[in-house]
Design a protein around this ligand. Structure first.
Ligand SMILES: [Zn+2]
Length: 418
């Protein structure tokens, strides 16, 4: 049980449960469905919803279709409710979005950068500060996804870009507020793009309900992480599961990370570029790589084979129920799934071959890292303490939701087809 003993604690606990349920279902379930899901009395649910509406945390709309009787109401985000800022920093550009309770993301800005920490993070810090100013107390925090391992809450290494121990919060110029402090735009959570994509896949995608999953995110190179009971395994310092830097395919090329024969050398945009003799690295060449992906069967087949061989090794080691692929992995699987499977199967141990895990492309495409960054912010907010801070802050705010361009796919280059 939760340890809530007084009626006040129980109410605070149920407010969190109800908001969490609305968020996790994407604000699609009706009030009566949620009441049943959470085993609440109808009267209790009514009082809870009324209080959350009053606090600008929820807003109810009639369900699109309903039968006889009174219209069914669907609790969703309040038009002046909390917003999580979420950022996907790729090796060549970043995308900043505002996300409402329920997970709807509105892209606020997209900007290319030159691959240096100063250009990428300086411009991003300014953009986040400007949105915090514009949206005021509605901003409950920012989640930032980066294409490299993240240590100690904010030190990032991106081998391709020669980033070593880059202090992301410092370069963003957004010192996190003291613990428990009100205001200040909420906490800044810095995380690895693959781990965030895996969280999104577990909450809203094809790893939902999967106890042991493997998620692989393919951009310029490949990242992977194990997902156990919905959580990516982070390792002792938060940099675990660098599967892309394991010698799974027998290559001998030296990787920018310092190791030899890394799997990530053979899968992703850099591998596609190298396969056709184009310059690769430094986060450059996305358009050319997409052209290769669309036109060169040979390069696609080589990538798919390397992906399949590596998956087999990881399946032997970890016995996942499912393997999901995001980023370019979706298109690699669509274009050359048979080649991938043909390379995977012989690499499986006999006991694995009898019941191989399902392998599939992510339903979230390129949007996973951004959504996972959002989840990190709502995870910190959807607590009794987070809601108390909101109540203390929200009374004087009256800012509207940013223009609703309802963007379901990433608007960065590499957009997956709708
Ligand atoms: Zn490496």
């Amino acid at each position: 049980m939760n340890g809530a003993t007084t009626s006040g604690e129980l109410r605070a606990h149920n407010r969190v449960r109800l908001l969490r349920a609305v968020h996790d279902c994407g604000a699609t379930r009706t009030r009566s469905q949620l009441t049943r899901d959470l085993r609440l009395a109808r009267g209790t649910a009514s009082v809870l919803v009324a209080g959350l509406v009053e606090d600008a945390l929820l807003h109810e709309e009639p369900a699109p279709e309903h039968g006889r009787g009174r219209p069914t109401l669907v609790p969703g985000p309040h038009p002046r409710g909390p917003l999580a800022l979420a950022v996907d920093v790729r090796e060549d550009a970043w995308e900043l979005a505002a996300c409402e309770l329920g997970g709807r993301a509105t892209v606020l800005a997209v900007r290319p950068h030159d691959g240096t920490p100063e250009d990428a993070l300086g411009s991003l810090g300014e953009a986040i500060a400007a949105e915090r100013e514009r949206l005021g107390h509605r901003v409950i925090g920012a989640g930032v996804a980066l294409a490299g391992p993240v240590r100690h809450g904010g030190l990032v290494d991106i081998a391709h870009l020669s980033w070593r121990s880059v202090d992301v919060p410092h370069l963003l110029g957004l010192a996190p507020p003291a613990a428990g402090a009100a205001g200040g735009g909420g906490p800044v959570v810095v995380g690895n793009d693959t781990a965030f994509a895996a969280v999104a896949e577990a909450r809203r995608g094809r790893l939902r309900g999967v106890r042991m999953g493997l998620h692989l995110h393919v951009d310029f190179d490949l990242g992977g992480v194990l997902v156990v009971d919905g959580r990516p395994l982070g390792g002792a310092s938060g940099t675990g599961a660098e599967f892309g830097h394991m010698p799974l395919t027998g290559g001998e090329r030296t990787c920018m990370c310092g190791a030899i024969g890394c799997w990530g050398m053979d899968v992703g945009a850099n591998a596609l570029l190298r396969h056709v003799g184009l310059a690769a690295g430094g986060g450059r060449g996305r358009e050319q790589a997409e052209h290769v992906l669309a036109t060169s069967e040979e390069a696609v087949a080589a990538n798919a084979r390397a992906l399949g061989r590596g998956i087999a090794a990881l399946v032997n080691a970890h016995d996942p129920e499912a393997v999901t692929l995001s980023g370019h992995g979706v298109e690699l699987y669509e274009r050359a799934g048979d080649i991938l499977m043909a390379a995977c199967e012989p690499g499986l141990m006999a006991i694995r071959r009898e019941h191989p895990p399902r392998i599939e492309g992510s339903a979230l495409g390129w949007r996973g890292s951004l959504l996972g960054a959002m989840e990190s912010v709502f995870d910190a907010f959807l607590t009794p303490e987070g809601l108390d801070r909101w109540r203390a802050n929200h009374s004087d705010q009256a800012r509207d939701t940013p223009d609703r361009r309802n963007v379901m796919n990433s608007t960065l280059p590499g957009e997956s087809p709708p």
